[in-house]
Design a protein around this ligand. Structure first.
Ligand code: PLP
Length: 495
């Protein structure tokens, strides 16, 4: 008897959808930066810089953001409940954190953070989240509508699993996009229906453009089921005006679309004239309730609170029928339950210490310091990019990224083409090799074709940002000169 020894599973035979999507924040630039880091370790002094500055990562604590004391105190006490009965604990932890940890641990099955929980999340923590939403919006929220999740990503993917039946189901999604959306739409077998944000209008969302895309998709035979809105935006940093949000609500209601409101940057708002308004609040303020509109909103502790590795998040599901929610619980139960540290953290984020609580001042001070520092870093980077020849930079209103547009000489574009890469990838690679500064090419966010951008996070600390700016500007000048020079030379040769 002969056996076929060739492996039956190869990259050619795996699920083709897996091969189609890409996820730029963890893409080639990150891998190259890691290779360079290893090179620096093995051969110190071999590269023209001393360290890699990871402006490609939306990963606050890896880039130096300190955790909030209140969060960590409660988490450690919940994980070590015997400390709650020790005298020295009162000297080490704030009384408020001790009280909160005691309340939480009493609500966890068997008072231990190591067990499985309800697939939707511990009911009492869901109630805390729901109460937090009620306090934030001034409209009631219900614990049964809350799904605690491992970050917003797993919630978004769960929604795609629920909404997408076949390739003929479309999901309206913004461009430039956070690439989780196209990836999860592709993986779940649906079709992304992109709508463009308008760069010249501060990356605003124009409802006529969304309408145009919806109509085009419908006439191509697609059933469009939902519209994704990211507010504040990644990678584009805009905060939607309330009027704009109202238009979106009216539009989705009229067209029968579920709003998928990605609100993970709700605490990262810097522009003085801008304020976060949840889509739930906007819809309820317009007088629309569950019977008028289906709305799912996502939030997490990753960006607003910097605890991205803890994987704490929730989605609030309103306007979907009870039997749909039953099916959602069934899907959620496939991963048994969200992790408990994440469940606790998102409850703390939605019910932080209030004025008068012992932990309030420190919590507020730590949080505000981080926010102000982000604002300062954003301004410094914005100014640097705007001072560079051929670069225009958006004004950051919220979130954690700048998305400057590059107008590169045509010789640079041709050089990129000759290497088989996009111009932004070419630029980002050259920047990394010359300066150690890692950014994400805009093509990873599916920017409008013909435009060239890079995404640069504001997360490295103020010192690092100050130190990288001269290198960034010098690199850009040399890059432009190099290609303007060759363009000029070719021009001269042709004459
Ligand atoms: C717009 C947006 N949505 C969702 C996520 C995922 O967040 P989480 O870590 O909560 O899964 C991110 C992370 O960068 C994001 O930028």
């Amino acid at each position: 008897m002969s056996y076929n020894k060739a492996p039956s599973i190869t990259a050619e035979t795996i699920n083709p959808r897996v091969k189609i999507f890409s996820y730029a924040p963890c893409g080639e630039i990150l891998k190259h930066a890691e290779r360079l880091e290893q090179e620096m370790e093995e051969n110190p002094g071999s590269l023209p810089f001393q360290e890699i500055i990871y402006c490609n990562l939306g990963n606050p604590q890896v880039l130096g953001q300190p955790p909030l004391t209140f969060f960590r105190e409660v988490l450690s006490l919940c994980d070590n409940p015997t400390l709650l009965n020790r005298d020295e604990t009162c000297a080490l932890f704030s009384p408020y954190s001790i009280r909160r940890a005691r309340r939480i641990i009493n609500k966890i099955p068997n008072k231990d953070t190591g067990g499985y929980t309800d697939s939707q999340g511990i009911k009492w923590l869901r109630q805390v989240v729901a109460d937090g939403i009620t306090g934030r919006d001034g409209f009631p929220s219900n614990a049964d509508d809350i799904f605690l999740t491992d970050g917003a990503s797993s919630a978004i993917n769960l929604m795609m699993q629920i909404l997408i039946r076949s390739h003929e189901d479309g999901i309206l999604s913004p461009l430039p996009e956070y690439p989780l959306y196209s990836a999860s739409i592709i993986l779940n077998g649906g079709t992304m229906v992109p709508y463009n944000l308008t760069e010249d209008n501060g990356w605003g969302l124009e409802i006529f453009e969304v309408k145009r895309c919806l109509e085009e998709a419908r006439s191509a035979g697609l059933t469009v089921r939902a519209m994704v809105v990211i507010n504040p935006g990644n990678p584009t940093g805009q905060v939607l005006s309330i009027t704009n949000q109202e238009e979106i609500v009216e539009f989705c209601r009229k067209e029968g679309l579920v709003i998928l409101a990605d609100e993970v940057y709700q605490e990262n708002i810097y522009a003085e004239n801008k304020k976060f308004n949840s889509f739930k609040k906007v819809a309820r303020s317009l007088g629309y309730d569950e019977n008028d509109l289906s709305l799912v909103s996502f939030n997490s502790v990753s960006m607003s609170y910097g605890e991205s590795g803890r994987r704490g998040g929730y989605m609030e599901v309103t306007g979907l029928a009870a039997d749909v929610k039953y099916q959602m619980c069934k899907v959620a139960s496939l991963t048994i339950c969200p992790n408990i540290a994440g469940q606790i953290l998102i409850s703390l984020a939605m019910d932080p210490p209030k004025l008068g609580d012992e932990s309030f001042e420190l919590f507020d001070d730590e949080k505000e310091k981080i926010r102000l520092s982000f604002w300062k870093r954003a301004k410094t980077l914005e100014k640097a990019f705007s001072s560079m020849e051929g670069v225009s930079c958006n004004k950051l209103e919220g979130a954690l990224y700048l998305f400057p547009r590059l107008h590169l000489p045509s010789a640079a574009i041709r050089a990129a083409e000759s290497k088989g890469v996009s111009p932004d990838t070419f630029y980002a690679h050259r920047l990394l090799d010359a300066t150690g500064i890692a950014v994400v090419p805009g093509s990873g966010f599916h920017q409008e074709s013909g435009s060239i951008h890079i995404r640069c996070t504001i997360l490295p600390d103020e010192g690092k940002i100050a130190s990288m700016i001269p290198r960034l500007c010098a690199f850009h000048k040399a890059f432009m000169n190099e290609f303007r020079g060759s363009q000029q030379r070719m021009h001269d040769l042709r004459r």
